[in-house]
Design a protein around this ligand. Structure first.
Ligand code: ATP
Ligand code: MG
Length: 441
């Protein structure tokens, strides 16, 4: 097992000490007598100075001929330098653990990216399994881990229970057009689009529940913010209205931003993120505006929009260009939303729902609201919509036995990562992105 990391050396805590490091060759150069090997591990990179007269001929030759991404074990002393890393290792012993065959060198190089037939992006997606170990991807994966951790700690600190729903389901949550159909022993099943319907079944048992799980949507058009398999953080809460649910969503997003400032400031900065901007997301209140006001704003900018239309990304983008913090849009027209959104008792043309739009053109990161919770209302909404009751019988039952006001939201974890990391495309944030054209590697 490994007991020391490059990060320990970089922090200064091993100054002048004997160290034993294990990692991969990031770069290597030098002469017949001395090699400067930049070693990489999961915590950083560090220059290791390997001298022939220190390590002996055999070991020196082995290291000198090792190619980029060969794995290496070294022993030596950590010495301060005024060069790039602040420290370097004067190596006393070095051993190649896993070599790279010279006939098949590490494929990701500047020139390979430039020359790739399908362009750099496709080349890196084809080599995703190797791209993961390069700096930008590693940084993204660390930020992603902190975002997941922040979501868990947020809900657990507030006494929410983590709860799992099935991934094979019989009905749609978000509409049939994005359902993935799977053959299921002579019948048809679908991959879940959301945890929500099954979470509502447990709402009378647990009252406050959450999950982080994959959701699946057959998004045919490829955009910068849609995956076909994405990670969905969802919550459901009993005895709560639309405003209560928004309060939780707002507090969660602020908590994620605050966690990144504590755990990943260097990573954010290395991606070009200004920490002051993230601090604003962590500290500000998020304004709440109604759909009607958003439509007015869009019209005043010359956007053609009819009342009742859902706001697609092009419109969200125009709206959020004015924002410097996330905004909620509430009270969408009933015609734009599915049956489980509760009608506003004050005006039946609207539903008690919300989307949270991230600023800087990122758009929707949360969709949520109050649920239609009485039996009579849900039956009417389902029938008016022309949706068959059958697959939803279990869902209607929840209302037949002690219905209560309740609600919840779904947050797109990959979208939040993309926004907070300042990524151009959602696929930058997930190890193996899935879209309509790609399920490999
Ligand atoms: P959009 O209109 O952007 O497709 P949606 O209205 O379909 O989003 P919801 O059904 O409300 O989204 O899902 C809740 C959240 O899940 C969204 O706010 C978003 O953050 C995330 N999400 C939805 N679809 C995807 C997807 N295909 N890829 C990544 N994240 C998604
Ligand atoms: Mg969608």
């Amino acid at each position: 097992m490994k007991t020391q990391w490059i990060g320990d050396v970089l922090s200064g805590s091993l100054n002048q000490k004997e160290v034993h490091l294990k990692g991969w060759i990031h770069r290597s150069r030098g002469s017949n007598a001395i090699r400067f090997v930049v070693l990489r591990d999961s915590t950083g990179t560090l220059q290791c100075v390997v001298k022939r007269d220190k390590v002996g001929d055999a070991s020196f030759e082995e290291v000198a001929s090792a190619l980029i991404e060969s794995s290496l074990e070294i022993k030596g002393t950590a010495i301060p330098t005024d060069r790039e890393h602040g420290y370097e290792i004067q190596v006393t012993e070095a051993k190649v653990v896993g070599p790279v065959d010279p006939s098949n060198p590490f494929p990701i190089t500047e020139s390979a990216m430039e020359e790739a037939d399908g362009g750099e992006t496709e080349f890196l997606l084809d080599n995703r399994h190797l791209y993961l170990r390069t700096g930008r991807m590693t940084t993204m994966l660390k930020i992603r881990s902190s975002v997941f951790g922040a979501i868990h700690s947020f809900f657990r600190d507030r006494d929410f229970i983590e709860y799992q729903a099935p991934n094979f389901v019989a009905g749609a949550v978000e509409g049939g057009s994005t359902l993935f159909e799977v053959p299921y022993f002579g019948r048809k099943a679908y991959l879940t689009q959301s945890w929500q319907l099954y979470a509502e079944a447990a709402m009378p048992a647990l009252e406050r529940l959450y999950t982080i799980a994959p959701s699946f949507r057959a998004e045919k058009s490829r955009t910068r913010r849609h995956l076909t398999e994405f990670w969905h953080a969802e919550m459901e809460i009993a005895w709560a209205d639309n405003n209560d649910v928004m309060d939780h969503g707002e507090a969660l997003v602020r908590h994620i931003a605050r966690t990144l400032l504590t755990e990943r400031p260097a990573e954010l900065e290395s991606l070009g993120r200004d920490l002051e901007v993230i601090r604003r997301f962590a500290d500000s209140d998020y304004p709440r505006i109604r759909y009607d006001e958003a439509v007015e704003r869009l019209k005043s900018k010359g956007v053609e929009i009819e009342w009742g239309q859902d706001l697609d990304y092009s419109k969200e983008k125009i709206l959020t260009a004015d924002f410097d913090v996330p905004h909620f849009l509430t009270h969408y027209p009933k015609v734009a939303k599915p049956f489980y959104h509760r009608q506003d008792p004050d005006n039946q043309d609207y539903v008690l729902c919300h989307d949270l739009l991230a600023p800087e053109g990122y758009g929707e990161i949360i969709g949520g609201g109050e649920r239609t919770w009485s039996e009579s209302e849900i039956l009417k909404r389902i029938d008016d919509e022309g949706t068959p009751r059958d697959p939803y019988e279990f869902y209607i039952d929840i209302r037949r036995y002690g219905g209560v006001p309740h609600g919840g939201f779904g947050l797109g974890v990959d979208r939040v990562c993309a926004w907070l990391a300042g990524a151009d495309h959602i696929r930058e944030t997930i190890p193996f992105p899935r879209d309509s054209r790609r399920v490999t590697p």
